[in-house]
Every structure is written in structure tokens, then in C-alpha cells.
Design a protein around this ligand. Structure first.
Ligand SMILES: NC(=O)c1ccc[n+]([C@@H]2O[C@H](COP(=O)([O-])OP(=O)(O)OC[C@H]3O[C@@H](n4cnc5c(N)ncnc54)[C@H](O)[C@@H]3O)[C@@H](O)[C@H]2O)c1
Length: 429
């Protein structure tokens, strides 16, 4: 009988294939020997980066879509160059033109690299059209969209992966490994945040709002929850033995964005009149079914040096903090002194990173974009399970809508739906 392939196997298989340049290498599941054929919807900064990685991995790209012709033409040029002049067909007739691309029967999968507001709509349509989906983060803006993604994935059986590259951070994969081996004891608390000053990305060259700026204008809440919560949720076994149960949100004033606007745009510029719902900092406290507390912060506009996502966990026997790049384990660390996290790499580094480190170098975000794309392609090829599946995508992304609702109601407690419908208690992998 064929061995059942789980998520961890997929990571390893992806690593093996990537390291050797082989295409299909799984021992189970449906295999595809030809190059995977992908279309990319949204070829701005991120979509183009993912396209380049996919091309490097050997995919065919029959079609591309973007509402901005300049972006589309740039991406078509990249594919043409990489594929000896074979030109992909371009789709650029408005925001629903991706539907025409999805009608093609020469695509196995799509990568969705648009702004967040349309990820769910495009992903749902793609799965209904029989395509596998790699969706950029976050998966969805509303609870209805989260449910729609889950329902559609279950009904169609198509592969859906959230491109949460922070799940591939080497130190977070090592931490997951160490927690599984019991080094920290039971985990009681986690702290995480996306604290990344990106105010300039809210506006284009003329001062018009980009999709990010529109999101900051239209929504309150933690609007970018997956880079920090995702890896922490993996460490806690969320949707695999535990689950997110409820949250409460609280926020600061919105001063930093206006400070920026006032400095950048003259007094009569229309940007000066825009009112933003997003606060400078939003804090969300999340409780899990096993009474773990997750303390999460999002801040995209406060002035500060470059940073990004941070992650910390506290267990009964030890703790980890990515801001200190340090680990402390009772009985193992000397006295009360932190150990540099790298001290543990030799013994606990995840097997994926052992085989991938060289290949991943320079692939973007410190190398984590490479395993994200490879793991997806490997899952498409093998018919294997999704490395970051629709239940994770829905649970992590639901923080956007629920933190917004909590804030709107003056800090009420919001229940987080069980998107697995009870399967979380026994799910593995
Ligand atoms: N994982 C990461 O590290 C990471 C980093 C950056 C961005 N992102 C995510 O990637 C996505 C894109 O971000 P970006 O910085 O590249 O933005 P961007 O504005 O540069 O690119 C978005 C592209 O989508 C196109 N688009 C919008 N609506 C469309 C539609 N209906 N059909 C076709 N094309 C459409 C736009 O014209 C644009 O070219 C976002 O979801 C963001 O959260 C992730």
C-alpha cells in the first residue's frame, strides 16, 4: 500500500527535488512528469518575484494577467527571455479579465499576486476552474471570504496554498522542531508582530492610494496578520491538536500616517483629505482551545528603522525570542543567560534547510521565498497535501475581520470560527 504523504514529507520532497534539479520524486500520490504550467494573476512587485522563482524551477508559463499593461508587458518580457522567445498570452482587459485566463485548459495552477482585497475572489474562481492556487498573503479580508475559500477547496479538492513564506524561516522551522521534541515543555504563551514601516507603499508616484493605502483607509484592525501569526501557529500546532478560539483587539490613535502625508504632500493635495481607519499600532490577544495566549501586534506606519515580523514563545521549560535571536532552556542553558539561537542549529536545524541552504541563497526575504515556491510546485506535481493549507489560511486571515469587529464594538471578545469543523483535534502533519 502506498505510504500516505504528509505536509512534512512534502517539504522534504520539495527539498530533494530542488537540490537535485529532478522534477517528480514522490513515492505516492498522482505524479506529473511534464513541467507544471502556471499563470500569474497580478505581476506587480511580488507576483513578478514569484514568477521569476517559478521560471527558475522549470515551469511553463502560458498566460499572465494584470490590470496594468506596463506590469503585464514587463512580465511577458521576463517569460519570453527565460523561455527562448516563447511568449505567454496576456490578459489585461480590466479587473475580471482573470476569468478569461482561468478558462484556459493549459494551466495546472495559478499564482495570485494581486493586492489583498481580491485574493479570495480570484482563488475561489481558480479552484472552481480546476486550477491549483498559490495565493499571496493574506488569504481573505472577510469571514465570508474565509469560509468561501474553505468550502470551495473542500468541494473542488483543488490544491490551495497560502504563500506564507515566514513559515519557512530557518529559525522558526528549527523552533517547531525543538518544540515538537519537547525542549520547551508545554507552550503557554506566544508573542508575535508585524512591525514594519512601509508608509510610502500606501501611495503611488502621484500620491494616489495603492491597494495598501486603500486598505488602510477602509479597514481598522490587524491588517497583516499572517507573517507573524503563521509560524507561531505552526509551533503551537494550530489546526493540528489546538485551534484559535477567540480574540480581543485594542488600538492606538492614527497619527503616524497623517504625519507622513503632511510631510510628503503639499497642503492642497487630495491625499491630505483622506481619512484612515487603520491605527498606528493594533494589538490583538488571541486565546487557543488549550489556553495558550498569543499576543500579536501590527504596525505598518510608525517611524522606525527597517524591521519586519518577530516571534517569541514561552514554554514551561524554556523560551525563544527572535528579536534577541536567542533561546533559553532550563537545565541546558548556563544559569540565566540566553544562548544565541544558532547554538542549536547543528542539532535541531530542520532537514529542509540542511538540503536547501545553498539553493535558497539570494532568493528573496533571506532565502525563504525559494522553499515557498518549490514546496507549492512539488505539491502540484505529486498531488500531495498543501504545505500551508486552506484551514491555516482561513484561521490566520480571519484575524483581519475579527480584530476589526472587536475594535468597532469597543474591544469585545470575538469567537474565531473552527474552519476545520472539528477536524483540528485529530489532524496531523
Ligand atoms: N510574502 C511576502 O513576503 C510579501 C511581500 C510583498 C507583498 N506580498 C503580498 O503580495 C501581494 C502583492 O503585493 P505587491 O507589493 O506586489 O503589490 P503591487 O501593487 O506591486 O502588485 C499587485 C499587482 O496586482 C495587479 N492587480 C490588482 N488587481 C488585479 C486584478 N483584478 N487582476 C489582475 N491584476 C490585478 C496590480 O495591477 C499590480 O500589478 C499582496 O497581497 C502582498 O500582501 C507578500
Amino acid at each position: 500500500m502506498a505510504k500516505q504523504v504528509n505536509r512534512r514529507d512534502v517539504l522534504r520532497l520539495g527539498a530533494a527535488a530542488a537540490a537535485t534539479g529532478l522534477r517528480a520524486s514522490a513515492s505516492a500520490g498522482e505524479k506529473k512528469q511534464e513541467p507544471v504550467r502556471i499563470g500569474v494573476v497580478g505581476v506587480g512587485g511580488r507576483g513578478t518575484g514569484l514568477l521569476r522563482l517559478a521560471l527558475k524551477a522549470g515551469v511553463e508559463v502560458p498566460a499572465l494577467c494584470d490590470i496594468k499593461e506596463a506590469h503585464l508587458n514587463r512580465a511577458i518580457g521576463i517569460v519570453e527571455k527565460a523561455r527562448d522567445g516563447r511568449k505567454p498570452e496576456g490578459y489585461s482587459k480590466g479587473p475580471k479579465d482573470y476569468l478569461r485566463l482561468l478558462q484556459r485548459d493549459d494551466l495546472d495552477a495559478i499564482i495570485c499576486g494581486t493586492g489583498m482585497q481580491v485574493h479570495a475572489e480570484i482563488s475561489v474562481a481558480a479552484m472552481k476552474a480546476g486550477k491549483a492556487v498559490l495565493s499571496e498573503v493574506a488569504a481573505a479580508m472577510t469571514l465570508e471570504e474565509c469560509w468561501d475559500l474553505v468550502r470551495t477547496q473542500e468541494e473542488t479538492g483543488r490544491l490551495y496554498m497560502l504563500a506564507e513564506n515566514c513559515c519557512y524561516l530557518p529559525h522558526m522551522m528549527m523552533l517547531e522542531n525543538m518544540i515538537e521534541k519537547g525542549l520547551f515543555g508545554k507552550i503557554t504563551y506566544a508573542e508575535c508582530g508585524y512591525v514594519h514601516e512601509i508608509r510610502s507603499l500606501g501611495f503611488d508616484g502621484q500620491g494616489k492610494l495603492t491597494w495598501r493605502g486603500e486598505m488602510w483607509r477602509d479597514y481598522a484592525g490587524n491588517l497583516y496578520p499572517t507573517h507573524d501569526l503563521g509560524p507561531v501557529a505552526r509551533c503551537l500546532g494550530i489546526n493540528r491538536g489546538d485551534r484559535l478560539v477567540s480574540l480581543v483587539a485594542i488600538q492606538t490613535r492614527s497619527d503616524a500616517i497623517y504625519d507622513y502625508v503632511n510631510k510628503r504632500f503639499p497642503a492642497d493635495h487630495p491625499a491630505r483629505k483622506i481619512r484612515f481607519k487603520m491605527a498606528d499600532s493594533t494589538s490583538v490577544l488571541i486565546r487557543t482551545a488549550k489556553d495558550v495566549l498569543i499576543d500579536q501586534r501590527c504596525d505598518m506606519c510608525s517611524a522606525r528603522p527597517a524591521f519586519g515580523a518577530y516571534h517569541a514563545v514561552q514554554g514551561v521549560k524554556g523560551c525563544y525570542d527572535s528579536r534577541l535571536k536567542s533561546i533559553w532552556i532550563e537545565g541546558r542553558s548556563k544559569g540565566r543567560k540566553w544562548d544565541p539561537q544558532d547554538t542549536y542549529a547543528k542539532e535541531f536545524e530542520h532537514p529542509l534547510w540542511k538540503s536547501l541552504a545553498e539553493k535558497a541563497k539570494g532568493s528573496g526575504h533571506g532565502g525563504i521565498d525559494f522553499p515557498t515556491v518549490y514546496s507549492f510546485l512539488e505539491a502540484v506535481r505529486t498531488g500531495g497535501p498543501s504545505p500551508v493549507d486552506v484551514y491555516d489560511a482561513a484561521a490566520w486571515s480571519s484575524i483581519i475581520a475579527l480584530s476589526g469587529k472587536s475594535l468597532a464594538e469597543g474591544g469585545t471578545v470575538q469567537e474565531i470560527p473552527d474552519f476545520t469543523k472539528g477536524k483540528w483535534e485529530t489532524r496531523k502533519g
